[in-house]
Ligand binder design. Sequence first.
Ligand code: ATP
Length: 259
Amino acid sequence: MNQSKLNKLLSKLPIAKVKYFDSIGSTNDEALAWAANDAKDLSLVVADEQTAGRGRLDRKWFTPPGTALAFSLILRPSAAERPHISRMVGLAALSVSDSLLTRGLSPQIKWPNDILLNGRKVAGILIESVWSGEDAECIVIGMGVNILKGAVPDKDMLLFPATSLEDALGYPVERAEILHEILAALIFLRPQLSTDEFMAKWEELLAYRGRQVQVELVGEGSVIGNVSGLGTDGSLQLNDPDGKSLTVQFGDVHLRPFA
Ligand code: ATP
């Protein structure tokens, strides 16, 4: 990947501008700074390597050079999109999933922000915002996707097992092709953000549906229940062992299959 290859690759998509880095701390940090400045809707930051890639709550996301996809897309939500900002993580998750589905794979969305292949994490999403008063002026959608085997961190660095597209497919794929597919899917799906069909697609790919999971609400204990679906805001709906329904809001949560 380099700047001119990316410019050419993405020229048929309505991407405003692409900034490419051989190495960067975090693409989200760069995108947030750009968003706070003059970035237009659909501006993109792409890096070959992140040296300080972030997950939620400043947990680390590893992006070794030459093997992974790391990018951050800046959106300036329209007035119609603003009431549905909490669905942006679903938009990102469905876009990655779409690319994997077209390759014959069976992605699942581990609520709220990870994509699994064969029960292992292949991609992570980090959504951050630039606020203007009560409104999200800009949304930054950060994604890390393990494309080649070399992108998968060592087991002892992980809290949840990981995999790569190469592992799942049995052969290597081009990072740039996957980037193009994810962005094309996101641009196609974005107008559906407010619809019930969008929520249905998201729910359909939810990992552990109908299965018992434990959700650790960091600092506030944990809940156990069967995954029943999603609320209209993208919150997770569970049925607890007494049949009572529970709603888990976005936040510092860890979801794990139970038993
Ligand atoms: P969990 O997976 O425990 O539910 P999480 O979804 O909250 O955690 P994030 O904050 O989204 O995790 O991502 C950070 C975590 O992802 C790290 O703590 C690490 O365990 C894992 N991780 C970091 N880099 C990668 C990678 N390239 N591939 C897969 N997993 C990774």
